[in-house]
Design a protein around this ligand. Structure first.
Ligand SMILES: *Cc1c(COP(=O)(O)O)cnc(C)c1O
Length: 388
């Protein structure tokens, strides 16, 4: 019986133990036993389908990965200790000295640090391209370009990358098309349907959705995942069984949570767009978003992030955060609790002023990760903080 991905994310389950439990137990074990020498030999010969050692795989981790594969429509996957280790592994396993990476200009702060500070140590070159100008991308491809890496929507500016255009370029020049789908989640968009070869996630964010654990996952083409698996199982950025257990349970509610996050975010965006203290506001599901047509083409939900620029700049931004009474000030996003952040002084503080300007991070930019509280309560807290 063919099941919908959302049903699979709820029903996929590690085989029951003799206790016949309904909910998957935690397999907190570093290794697994064999009945005899022959079984051990055979398992080592084909390690993909069996449990040997939890750095390679573990029943809880496998259950989580299988669910993400179902949600993304992917052939295979590997789960990592964090989103950053997923991204780093996808770079290190698939590129080598002399290769070149094309990357969209607005990306997560730590990803930027990996690309600019660490990849060059291994002789891997990079070029940034403008997310919203696909006509300029092809001129940046070099003979040694190996991968095109994008985030869409971007963090924190909510620019969109046209995935159809990026995958056409990747196919033409034989590049690996790698998408960080953390912001939209597979509920909001499925990059593989638009030609992505790999999809990486920080599971720490919407996938957990309750701010409890760190995790990451990479899914995509089998032959690429094979290299990533070998890299990870040899170098050890593996996801812990405990975190995998938490994350696997979380995926059972991802669809209903994202629906509510999206509804609340659209409500807030509509209510705040014309506020006199706000110079500009961006949300992919608002017709005023400059790339709204692309949002409608490749997304099915506007996501839970809204960002706006305060007229008063840096001072207004800091005073807004200080006045909030309910929203949390914390360095996370994708939580059931709404969060306000100020990228210029936190996630993107390591960038220079010019680098921040190049990716549209202005001093007064506020990013709201819209939670699951009643939308009216979130709005009320923001409105009172915008006064004066
Ligand atoms: C948080 C985040 C990451 C990094 O994930 P961690 O789990 O914190 O390592 C990568 N990309 C995006 C878009 C993120 O928001």
């Amino acid at each position: 019986m063919q099941q919908h991905p959302i049903t699979k994310a709820i029903r996929i389950q590690t085989e029951r133990t003799n206790e016949m439990e309904h909910s998957t137990p935690m397999f907190l074990t570093s290794s697994f036993c064999f009945d005899d020498a022959e079984e051990m030999r055979a398992t080592f010969a084909d390690e993909t389908d069996f449990n040997i050692y939890s750095r390679f795989s573990n029943p809880n981790v496998k259950e989580f990965v299988d669910k993400v594969c179902a949600l993304e429509g992917a052939e295979a996957g590997y789960a990592t200790a964090s989103g950053m280790s997923a991204i780093f592994a996808s770079f290190m396993a698939l590129m080598k000295q002399g290769d070149h990476l094309l990357v969209c200009n607005a990306i997560f702060g730590s990803t930027h640090t990996v690309i600019t500070k660490f990849l060059p140590k291994f002789g891997i070159e990079y070029t940034y391209f403008e997310a919203d100008k696909p006509e300029t991308w092809e001129a940046l491809v070099r003979p040694n370009t190996k991968m095109i890496f994008v985030e869409t929507p971007t963090n924190p500016g909510l620019d969109l990358v046209d995935m159809e255009a990026a995958s056409a370029l990747a196919k033409k020049h034989n590049l690996i098309f790698n998408v960080d789908n953390c912001f939209a989640t597979p509920i909001g968009q499925r990059p593989i349907e638009f030609g992505a070869d790999l999809v990486v996630h920080s599971a720490t964010k919407w996938m957990d959705g309750q701010g409890r654990v760190l995790g990451g996952v990479i899914v995509g083409k089998k032959e690429l995942i094979k290299d990533i698996y070998l890299f990870c199982r040899s170098t050890g950025p593996s996801l812990s069984p405990f975190n995998a257990w938490v994350l696997s349970k979380s995926l059972e509610t991802l669809d209903v949570r994202m629906e509510r996050h999206g509804k609340n975010a659209l409500f807030l965006a509509e209510q705040l767009e014309k506020h006199p203290a706000i110079a500009s506001l961006k949300y992919p599901w608002l017709p005023s978003h400059p790339q709204h047509a692309i949002a409608k083409k490749q997304m099915t939900n506007g996501g839970g992030i809204v960002c706006f620029e305060l007229k008063g700049g840096l001072e207004a931004g800091r005073s807004f955060l200080d006045k909030l009474q309910m929203l949390s000030l914390t360095a996370n996003l994708g939580d059931s609790r709404s969060i306000a952040s100020h990228p210029a002084s936190t996630t993107h503080a390591k960038l220079t002023e010019e680098e921040r300007a190049a990716v549209n991070i202005t001093p007064g930019l506020i990013r709201i990760s819209v939670g699951l509280e009643k939308a009216e309560d979130i709005l009320a807290d923001i409105l009172q903080a915008l006064e004066n």
